[in-house]
Design a protein around this ligand. Structure first.
Ligand code: ADP
Length: 322
């Protein structure tokens, strides 16, 4: 293998730059030329592909976002459109493509490997949602988690000064990991996640019992994929007379400098992606399981819908907030 390319696609996440850097440096260590595809699959079609040098990735490990930019490109689902992108790789003699993104981005990579046998593809899970099969953690999850914790800690200061109930809406379309992990970390009274049914009346009663016992404040964390903070407040007032304040954390969760855990994860995964390409592997996603680097075929990753909510952690959150 003499030449590879790397792109970031879908929603960005902190640590993507650290992953690109690891791919570039590891490849160069093995005397492989690396090309950066700018703007994800859109740039692949538009031929926005440039050779990356060692220095290109200098001073990027600490930056959030992705210096290669990311884009959504719905046209990439069409075979004819993909052919244009594949030809742009071929004409440069590129034999391996590393795609950093979520499972939509993986699907694009899977198609490329099916339609062009000369190009191997490897996926790296880059998303704050932690919603990809085949890995315990995705790049960006830890940073987003810490951003939520920091925000809720600040909200809690004012919540306790006024003895208020706060509802915090966090990201997570189909995956409640951000809500679950942050809920446990901030000592939330309740968490509401897409994977589990939650009885709002029960939550309301718990909040009321807390108020009756003189609790200073209550925090409810709700994953956006379940209901909005606003809906949650409306539901609560059906059962109790509570002056709930809502905070929608929004895009701040996707930004910021990656945490140490995310930088390490991104560096390990980036390095592993290049090793897999060198070993002739294709159509696989890099993962980390029990702190060991893994590779799982895209077919396997797509086989089941994602639900790896830790049952014990979920129950513990409830038990610790009595
Ligand atoms: P994520 O990668 O974060 O899940 P998306 O689902 O938006 O984000 O996917 C990112 C991009 O991947 C899409 O804009 C599209 O270019 C490509 N993609 C998604 N699904 C497919 C598919 N079924 N076939 C080919 N390309 C796809």
């Amino acid at each position: 293998m003499k030449r590879i390319a790397v792109l970031t696609s879908g929603g960005d996440s902190p640590g993507m730059n650290a992953a690109i850097r690891a791919v570039v440096r590891k490849a160069m260590f093995h005397n492989i030329e690396v090309f950066g595809v700018y703007q994800g699959y859109q740039g692949l079609i538009n031929d926005e592909i440039k050779k990356l040098e060692l220095g290109t990735v200098g001073d990027t490990i600490q930056r959030g976002g992705t210096f290669l930019y990311s884009a959504r490109c719905p046209e990439f689902k069409e075979r004819d459109v993909r052919k244009v992108g594949i030809d742009n790789l071929r004409k440069r003699g590129i034999e391996g493509l590393v795609v950093i993104g979520g499972d939509g981005s993986y699907r694009g990579a899977q198609r490329i490997s099916e339609e062009c046998k000369e190009i191997q593809t490897i996926g790296i899970p880059g998303t704050i949602d932690n919603d990809i099969n085949g890995t315990d953690f995705t790049i960006g999850f830890d940073t987003a988690l810490n951003t939520i914790i920091e925000s809720v800690d600040k909200i809690r200061d004012t919540a306790s000064s006024h003895a208020r109930t706060f509802i915090i809406e966090v990201m997570g379309r189909d995956c409640g990991d951000l809500a679950l992990w942050s809920g446990l970390s901030v000592g939330a009274e309740s968490i509401i996640i897409p994977e589990r049914q939650k009885d709002i009346q029960e939550i309301a009663e718990k909040i009321q019992q807390g108020i009756d016992r003189g609790k200073k404040h209550s925090i409810i964390i709700v994953a956006e994929g379940c209901m909005s903070g606003e809906e949650c407040a409306q539901e609560l007032t059906k059962y109790i007379n509570v002056d709930a304040r809502i905070s929608v954390l929004g895009h701040i969760q996707r930004g910021g400098s990656p945490t140490g855990a995310d930088r390490v994860l991104a560096s390990r995964m980036g390095g592993h992606a290049v090793e897999l390409l060198l070993n002739g592997e294709t159509a696989k996603g890099v993962g980390i399981k029990n702190n060991q680097l893994t590779a799982t075929s895209f077919d396997e990753i797509f086989k089941t819908s994602h639900d790896n909510i830790d049952k014990h952690m979920y129950e513990l959150t409830d038990e610790l907030s009595i």
